[in-house]
Design a protein around this ligand. Structure first.
Ligand SMILES: NC(=O)c1ccc[n+]([C@@H]2O[C@H](COP(=O)([O-])OP(=O)(O)OC[C@H]3O[C@@H](n4cnc5c(N)ncnc54)[C@H](OP(=O)(O)O)[C@@H]3O)[C@@H](O)[C@H]2O)c1
Length: 257
């Protein structure tokens, strides 16, 4: 029997990067996957592969986590067989721009704050009450090393991820005694669409972020998420920082070229 046989795992931001890798990793463990993102067609295209890996079922949900009413409509009234969410991977997020704060774009700031902070809260607010009532569940927030160390031009993105860290700690305290476990996974550099999104589609600039160094793969982070969720019920992994071997802090990166 696989570790998550027939258990419902919700992943937000499952259309790309770390979220898509989490979907594959939980599929291998026999989970029933509830996968959310705006680009739902990408998730639908991936569904046969996820079933082939071992997912018991896959349900794709088109969702913009910034819209609380949409989150409530999509996740607050699920069919009975999807209702009992056992693991929430609250991962949807993004960075926009790398400008100095005093030259920053209000649109970029709003998008990051609305997605990384409010979107994460929206999903927690709808999903966690069921976990608390069932006295069972694991919430994994995908934060970032950026929430622990600011870096040049990181300003608002770092602020949103620092908020994720504080929200994670607060949620863990509020759920004490319910049996629901709360973790944050805070990666360093991971090769996903993250930098392309940050630079508004400028692939060359995105590629330069990883020049001469070996970043993490999304699968490396997904492995950690599955490990957290598969600990025995009395074990709560509170936080994990995962870095590439070529990275020592937000600003220390070893490059071979
Ligand atoms: N890559 C890194 O170096 C790195 C490092 C530390 C932390 N992180 C964090 O890891 C998480 C995942 O990022 P990634 O690296 O996997 O980047 P990615 O490949 O760009 O994936 C981001 C995911 O978030 C989803 N998303 C963005 N805005 C959304 C919204 N409003 N509603 C619903 N879904 C939304 C995207 O789906 P749609 O566009 O289809 O909606 C996509 O599936 C983020 O929270 C990011 O901050 C990344």
């Amino acid at each position: 029997m696989a570790a998550f046989d027939d258990r419902v795992v919700l992943v937000t931001g499952a259309s790309s990067g770390i979220g898509a890798a989490c979907a594959r990793a939980f599929a291998r463990e026999g989970a029933r996957l509830l996968l959310a993102a705006r680009r739902v067609e990408r998730i639908r295209a991936e569904a046969p592969r996820l079933s082939g890996l071992g997912a018991r079922d896959v349900r794709a949900v088109r969702l913009d986590t910034r819209d609380y009413d949409a989150v409530r409509a999509a996740l607050g009234d699920l069919p009975a067989e999807w209702e009992e969410i056992d693991v929430l991977v609250n991962n949807a997020g993004l960075s926009r721009g790398l400008a100095s704060l005093h030259e920053g774009s209000l649109d970029d700031w709003n998008e990051m704050i609305d997605t990384n902070v409010k979107g994460l809260l929206h999903v927690d607010r709808v999903v966690v009450p069921g976990m608390a009532a069932r006295r069972r569940g694991t919430v994994v927030h995908v934060g970032s090393i950026a929430g622990r160390q600011a870096y040049p031009g990181g300003n608002v993105y770092c602020g949103t991820k620092a908020a994720v860290k504080a929200i994670t700690d607060g949620l863990r305290i509020d759920l004490l005694g319910t049996g629901v476990r709360v973790a944050t996974v805070d990666p360093g550099m991971v090769r996903t669409e993250f930098s392309e999104v940050r630079f508004h589609g400028d692939r060359e600039r995105a590629d330069s972020v990883y020049r001469g160094m070996t970043p993490l793969a999304a699968d490396d982070v997904a492995e950690v998420v599955v490990w957290i969720a598969s600990r025995p019920a009395h074990v709560q992994i509170a936080e994990v920082v995962v870095l590439p071997a070529d990275q020592a802090s937000a600003t220390h990166v070893h490059r071979r070229t």
